[in-house]
Design a protein around this ligand. Structure first.
Ligand SMILES: CC(C)(COP(=O)(O)OP(=O)(O)OC[C@H]1O[C@@H](n2cnc3c(N)ncnc32)[C@H](O)[C@@H]1OP(=O)(O)O)[C@@H](O)C(=O)NCCC(=O)NCCS
Length: 166
């Protein structure tokens, strides 16, 4: 079946589906970290906060035959812009939609500033591979932390001369 993928600006009528995409992104993080508390009770509310922060002109959706199936945001509040969030609903992955959304963000970020960042969590290897393939070849900062909740961590690949968990 021919797919008609379109990337367009967010509009008000997309709110509910974008909230549900945000929830799906949270559920993915819950799954990879085996932690059902990630994102709190109403993770979809984060979408509204994010929309208020970025503004509608910095959010794009992907549609297939007019149905919204993916979402990308570009935080361009400084000369270094950042992709946050990126999500394609599960049933529509591996069809090039994520790549089209990222291409749109790259195009827009190029007009704004010096670089475009993305900060996937360290355990999200699928996303890290995806972004690497999409052109993100430089490693910026590394965020390390102490976990006071003693969640289960697993060894990450050796990075520089240290061993880290992810
Ligand atoms: C990461 C994510 C956005 C990628 O979206 P996607 O729409 O599946 O991305 P694409 O389809 O463009 O690319 C994924 C794969 O499909 C392949 N592909 C692209 N078009 C294709 C097509 N028409 N037919 C078959 N495969 C195709 C790509 O080559 C790529 O393959 P690879 O993984 O072997 O490199 C999606 O997996 C997702 O939403 N993940 C959960 C949320 C997440 O982790 N977000 C990032 C947080 S920072």
């Amino acid at each position: 079946m021919k797919q008609n993928i379109r990337i367009r600006n967010y509009q008000r009528s997309d709110r509910e589906v974008c909230r549900s995409l945000w929830r799906e992104l949270t559920e993915w993080h819950r799954e990879i970290y085996r932690d059902p508390t990630i994102g709190g009770d109403k993770p979809e509310e984060q979408f509204d906060k994010h929309l208020a922060k970025l503004g509608p002109s910095r959010i794009w959706v992907a549609t297939i035959n007019s149905e919204v199936v993916g979402l990308i945001g570009l935080d361009a509040s400084s000369y270094e812009s950042e992709i946050e969030p990126l999500i394609v609903t599960k049933a529509y992955r591996n069809r090039g939609i994520g790549t089209k959304l990222v291409e749109k963000a790259i195009l827009e970020a190029r007009k704004i500033g010096a670089s475009l960042n993305v900060a996937p969590v360290a355990r999200n290897m699928k996303a890290i591979r995806f972004f690497h393939k999409a052109g993100f070849k430089n490693l910026g900062r590394i965020e390390m932390f102490i976990d006071f909740r003693n969640r289960k961590w697993k060894p990450a690949a050796d990075l520089l001369e240290f061993k880290l968990n992810c």
